[in-house]
Design a protein around this ligand. Structure first.
Ligand code: FAD
Length: 405
């Protein structure tokens, strides 16, 4: 069976669902295909919440995407009458000589500079100011901090579901539980997406396959991406209200060593009464097919003893839930949003190195612009394939393996 579309989007997670919606909004004849039933828990877009910040110390290209994403999600909220983005305030704390975060050192200073450039409300804090925002943190006294009152938390599962529903309402076709085996680019100016169930032709194909991206790109390009297992934990608190919205801004704590990074999420009024926490691990790369999706008791104990007991007051040594999620990183931790170097029919929307969700609504718009106009109004120079040295993958942490239980 051969069917022809303007654009086919492969993968309907954060990036793909946003792209499908934006393409449908432009009146394109679009098909979205996913191997599962999104939102699901096997990729990179689950676990209740994602942090968003308006000022991004990650690089010049990011803040316009974050700001535009705020606008787009507010539009989606207005259409669907449900909350997707909750303003909680956000705090970034950096130990003196803190490690690089998302590939950037001096992250607090960089973020504050961007906030000033874009007129984004913020405060730069010393330890006393940090304590005033987050009295539960056990500080050494030499930390610096950045507070952004309009930062907040996004609901990833609800957003994916909403974007797919909005796209469908505008005429997009959606095939779930259908795995794309490959994309055939032998036809001039056209690509054919092949699944076990059918063959579908389109002028443009968007690959938004998250941590599976390597399976569809071929080995030469796949080498640019490394997939890492991450664990999300939910711990009980003595008094949950002290971590709830209105009392506790989300926290990004950049320690001296990269492997001591800690993030604490504000408990939203409608989420479960437990505190969501995560670290970042870059010890050994993995794949979505082979990753260990079970979380061992030893990992949970390590999380409490090593990361929480000495750094945060009010958390109990009682983990009520955990989840495994996947980061997919490039060597410089920047995104890839680009045409395939050999096949202009294919647009790659990368899994975005562990900091992509906050930009995903705007990335959907960027992809729609690339597919329809061949270029985007956003500056994508930082996200081109050409900047990557072929075969160089993300630099792993040193020594973390030995520290693990
Ligand atoms: C623990 C964790 C915490 C994070 N925290 C933040 C945060 O606070 N703020 C932030 O901005 N970002 C954060 N991120 C990053 C962000 O969540 C990701 O960048 C983003 O969700 C990636 O979305 P994606 O669409 O690329 O991948 P996914 O959502 O995984 O989607 C890929 C989709 O492609 C489908 N697919 C793959 N291969 C095929 C195929 N062959 N055929 C059909 N379908 C296919 C999959 O089934 C999947 O549905 C975090 C990530 C993790 C793991």
């Amino acid at each position: 069976m051969n069917q022809t579309y303007d654009v086919i989007v492969v993968g309907l997670g954060a990036m793909g669902s946003a792209a499908l919606y934006q393409l449908a909004k432009r009146g394109m004849h679009v098909l979205g295909i996913d191997q599962y039933e999104p939102p699901h828990t096997l990729g990179s877009t689950h676990g209740e919440t994602r942090i968003t910040r308006q000022a991004n110390g990650e690089g010049a290209a990011y803040t316009p995407l974050a700001l535009r994403s705020y606008e787009l999600w507010r539009e989606e909220e207005a259409i669907t009458k449900q909350e997707l983005l909750t303003i909680t305030g956000g705090l970034i704390v950096e130990d003196r000589d803190g490690a690089a975060f998302h590939g950037q050192s001096g992250f607090v200073e960089r973020t504050a500079k961007v906030a000033s450039e874009y007129n984004i409300a913020h405060q730069v804090l010393d330890a006393t100011g940090i304590h005033a925002h987050s009295p539960l943190l056990k500080l050494k006294g030499n930390e610096i901090g950045y507070y952004e009152p309009n930062a907040g938390l996004l609901r990833p599962e609800r957003i994916v579901q909403t974007q797919i529903a909005l796209a469908r309402a505008l005429g997009a076709q959606v095939h779930t539980n259908e795995c794309v085996t490959h994309v055939d680019v032998s036809g001039a100016g056209q690509a054919t997406v092949v699944t076990a169930q059918g063959r579908y032709k389109a002028a443009k194909v968007v690959l938004a396959a998250g941590p599976w991206i390597g399976d569809l790109l071929g080995s030469a390009l796949a080498r640019n991406f490394a997939v890492y297992r991450q664990v999300i934990y939910w711990f009980k608190a003595d008094e949950i209200e002290r971590f709830q919205q209105g009392h506790f801004p989300f926290l990004i704590w950049i320690a001296k060593k990269q492997e001591e990074f800690l993030s604490i999420f504000t408990v939203l009024n409608d989420s479960q009464p437990a505190v969501k926490l995560l670290t970042e691990e870059y010890v050994a790369d993995t794949t979505p097919q082979t990753v260990n999706r079970a979380v061992a008791q030893a990992e949970i104990s390590h999380m409490y003893n090593h990361f929480l007991a000495n750094r945060v007051d009010g958390l109990r040594n009682e983990c009520v839930q955990s989840a495994v999620c996947l980061y997919t990183n490039t060597a410089d931790e920047h995104f890839v949003i680009d045409f395939h170097p050999q096949h202009p029919e294919i647009i790659v929307a990368s899994p975005c190195s562990g900091h992509g969700f906050k930009h995903s609504a705007a990335i959907g718009e960027v992809i729609a612009q690339l597919a329809t106009d061949g270029e985007s109004q956003f500056d994508l120079s930082q996200f081109r394939f050409a900047r990557l040295h072929q075969g160089q993958t993300h630099q792993k942490s040193e020594g973390k393996l030995e520290e693990k239980p």
